[in-house]
Structure formats: structure tokens, C-alpha cells
Write a protein that binds this ligand. Structure first.
Ligand SMILES: *Cc1c(COP(=O)(O)O)cnc(C)c1O
Length: 420
């Protein structure tokens, strides 16, 4: 199979994500995408099981999103938000405020999830500084968590398991403890807060599903416990919904299943329906009020160059139209039921420790770290599916528009590859 000219000319100049460039299998050349399909340059077609890192919630190239981007391109692809404002960003902020839980009324846009988390952390720190409190400088985060690749966010990822163990000692030190989910971890969590809460700016968690840290689930009770503890100790609560937001867990936002609202929430990934880079940090009135002042020093000191990009906001507005018109949440839950039945066949296969499903997230956990994830990935490609196992999990986060046949092809490939 020959690769196109651009591939041979360009590959030796690209540096790819999380990739040992020397030993990893060469990346596959993609020609185009549509729905849940990726067409390779050599003509092979793959059913996509992961929606380009969980972003393509409506599938690729959705005509409604494409049209919105085209129309916005003709009018104005981008204008700075410093001193100017445009319809797409304003409409998107208002629409998000209307659907976000619990009075998250202000949205600060950025272009990547990591930056959205950085902004959330900065907001939380400055919330205290603006009130003259200089001692609340730490964030309480949880084992198994993932919040981004930049330096502030690496410091709140899982310190042992995460991909950032390398930088230990260079990163800021924040406490990272077990999520309170059984008697022992609840007691440890309570004890930690009793003695350290006065140093905390905020508690930071991915609600219900810790994604990139290993697709680890917890339940609504844990969220309620975090909210109660934050209230008791007067600490802010940040939910990172970059992975879980926009229907992925079967509710628009995962925390709605527990009827728990944070003080600050981060959004990304599915926000623009996967079409363009866009992220956001939403804050409650209480948080915003701490910045509302006659003192210019009390302003939030942040401003990504491309924040509120008009094309990306147009795509996000079109994505919200689709959530209003078509029942994606029902679809996520139906996909979850089907994945539960179909992936359930993996239970009992050698090396399989657990199978779990939450909305549009299906996980087969292995009893070991998969050293040959690249080889597994190639076997999936040979079966016509795009699935990328990492660490000890093989998972599916398909588009919420995937067909029954396509889903069966994905789950069938997992059962077959793990079965030997
Ligand atoms: C992906 C992810 C991020 C980082 O987003 P980027 O756009 O890759 O910077 C942060 N938090 C969570 C929960 C994520 O899944």
C-alpha cells in the first residue's frame, strides 16, 4: 500500500502526540471522514470507536455544523475579544448559561481544555486573593485524574499513574488523594480536609468518569460528598467536564445525574461538536462577584489570542442546535445498553478484569498494563475499526450518532481481538 506524496514529504517533519517517534508504528494517512467513518489514503475504511479523542459527538462532517462554519467563514472567521464582541460568542455564552447546572452564569472561552483548566485554577486562586486571602494556594485533586498537559494542570493529574511522573519535583505540589468512595477513603478524605482545608483554593475532579487517567467510574454519592465537604470548609469546587460534558455519560453534563453543581466548570472536547478547537471555563455568580470591583487589579488576568473564535463558536452553536433537535442523551443511553450487552461477552476472556459502561463510555479493563498497545491497535485496524487501547483499558467512546451495525463491528472486534 503506497502513501500519498504529502505523507512521505511531511512525516519526517512532524512530531506526534504521546509518541515515541523512533519505535511507534507509523501513523495511518487519513484522506477524509464522514459520520463514524475514517477513510484512509489507501482507500481502507475504519469505523471510529473513539470519535477523535471524544470530540466528534455528532459524528464527523455533520452537515448542520459544516454549514454553520461555512456561513460564518463568509462573514468573519475571527476577531479579537479584547474590547470587541461578536454574535457567535455572545449567543454561545448565553445558551451555555441556560443549560449549565446550578447558576454557572459566566463563560470565559479559550482554545484547549488544558487552558480551560488553567483558567479555572487561576480563577479559584484569584477568587481568594481578591478577597485578601493569600493562604489558599493549593488544589485538592484525586488519584486517577487527568486535567491536561500544561504545567499547572500536570500538577493536578494522578502523580503515580499519569504520564507526568517524569516532571515530579519540577511541578507545583498539590495534594492528590483517593476519591472518597468507601469507608476507608471517606475517612481519609474527611481527615485531610479537617487539617488542610484552610490551605485549599478549590477541590478539582472529573465528575463520574475519570477519563484519560484510566476510564475509572465513581457514583453520584461521591459528587454529593465533595459538594458537602466544599461547603462545610468554604472551599470552591471545580468540575472538569471536558471529557464528560455534552452527553457523553448520558446526561448533558455528568454532574446533573447527581444534581450537584460546582462553582466552576471546564468544558472542551465535545463543545464544538468536534469540528474546531474550543474550550470554556464557566463560573458561578459567586465566583464572578469576587472579580467585580472598582480595582483594575481585581480583573481576571487571562486572554488567549484566539479566545471565542467565531468559527469555533458557530460550530458550537450548531452543535447545541443538534442537541436540541435530536435526542442525543437518549442515544447515549441506548448506545450504553448495547455496549453493555455486547462487551459483556469479554467477561471471562483471559486477561479481562472488568467490563463497565456509563452512557456513551464503554470500558474493558485488563488485568495488566498493555505493553503492546500499538500492536493491538494494528489488529483492530486489520478488522476495520479505529480503537486505541491505553494502559490497562480498551474503551469505546463512539459518536452518539453511530449506527447499530457500526457499533456491533466495534464491539465484535474487541471481543475477537481480546479473545485471541
Ligand atoms: C482532554 C482533557 C483535558 C485537556 O484538554 P486538551 O484540549 O487536550 O488540552 C482536560 N481535562 C479532561 C478531563 C480531559 O479529558
Amino acid at each position: 500500500m503506497t502513501n500519498p506524496g504529502w505523507y512521505d514529504q511531511g512525516l519526517s517533519h512532524l512530531w506526534l502526540p504521546y509518541t515515541q517517534m523512533k519505535t511507534s508504528p507509523a501513523p495511518l494517512a487519513v484522506a477524509r471522514t464522514k459520520g463514524s467513518r475514517i477513510t484512509l489514503a489507501d482507500g481502507r475504511e475504519l469505523v471510529d470507536g473513539i470519535g477523535s479523542w471524544w470530540t466528534a459527538v455528532h459524528g464527523y462532517n455533520h452537515p448542520h455544523i459544516q454549514l454553520a462554519i461555512e456561513e460564518q467563514t463568509a462573514r468573519m472567521p475571527h476577531v479579537m475579544l479584547g474590547g470587541l464582541v461578536h454574535e457567535q460568542a455572545a449567543r454561545l455564552a448565553a445558551r451555555l448559561a441556560a443549560i449549565l447546572p446550578g447558576g454557572l452564569t459566566r463563560v470565559f472561552f479559550s482554545d484547549s481544555g488544558s487552558v480551560a483548566v488553567e483558567v479555572a485554577m487561576k480563577m479559584a486562586l484569584q477568587y481568594w486573593l481578591n478577597q485578601g486571602v493569600r493562604t489558599r494556594t493549593k488544589f485538592l485533586a484525586f488519584k486517577g485524574g487527568y486535567h491536561g498537559d500544561t504545567f499547572a494542570t500536570m500538577a493536578v493529574c494522578d502523580p503515580e499513574e499519569g504520564m507526568h511522573a517524569l516532571f515530579r519535583g519540577i511541578l507545583a505540589e498539590h495534594p492528590v488523594i483517593d476519591l472518597p468512595r468507601d469507608d476507608e477513603t471517606i475517612a481519609a478524605f474527611d481527615t485531610f480536609l479537617e487539617s488542610h482545608a484552610d490551605q485549599l483554593a478549590a477541590i478539582l475532579v472529573e465528575p463520574l468518569v475519570q477519563g484519560a487517567g484510566g476510564m475509572i467510574f465513581h457514583d453520584e454519592k461521591t459528587l454529593k460528598r465533595l459538594r458537602a465537604a466544599a461547603d462545610k470548609h468554604g472551599v470552591l469546587l471545580i468540575f472538569d467536564e471536558i471529557f464528560t460534558g455534552f452527553g457523553r455519560t448520558g446526561a448533558m453534563f455528568a454532574c446533573q445525574a447527581g444534581e450537584v453543581a460546582p462553582d466552576i466548570m471546564t468544558l472542551g472536547k465535545g463543545l464544538s461538536g468536534g469540528a474546531l478547537p474550543l474550550a470554556g471555563t464557566a463560573a458561578s455568580q459567586k465566583v464572578f462577584d469576587a472579580f467585580w470591583s472598582d480595582d483594575p487589579q481585581h480583573a481576571l488576568m487571562h486572554g488567549p489570542t484566539f479566545m471565542g473564535n467565531a468559527l469555533a463558536c458557530a460550530a458550537a452553536n450548531a452543535s447545541l442546535d443538534l442537541f436540541e433537535r435530536e435526542n442525543r442523551l437518549l442515544a447515549a443511553n441506548e448506545i450504553g445498553k448495547a455496549m453493555g450487552r455486547q462487551l459483556g461477552r469479554c467477561l471471562g476472556l483471559p486477561g479481562v478484569k472488568d467490563v463497565r459502561v456509563r452512557g456513551g463510555v464503554g470500558v474493558v479493563e485488563l488485568d495488566r498494563i498493555e505493553e503492546n498497545a500499538g500492536t493491538l491497535c494494528r489488529r483492530f485496524v486489520d478488522m476495520g475499526v479505529w480503537i486505541r487501547p491505553f494502559r490497562n483499558v480498551v474503551y469505546l467512546t463512539p459518536a452518539l450518532t453511530i449506527s447499530d451495525d457500526e457499533l456491533q463491528k466495534l464491539t465484535g472486534a474487541i471481543v475477537s481481538v481480546l479473545g485471541g
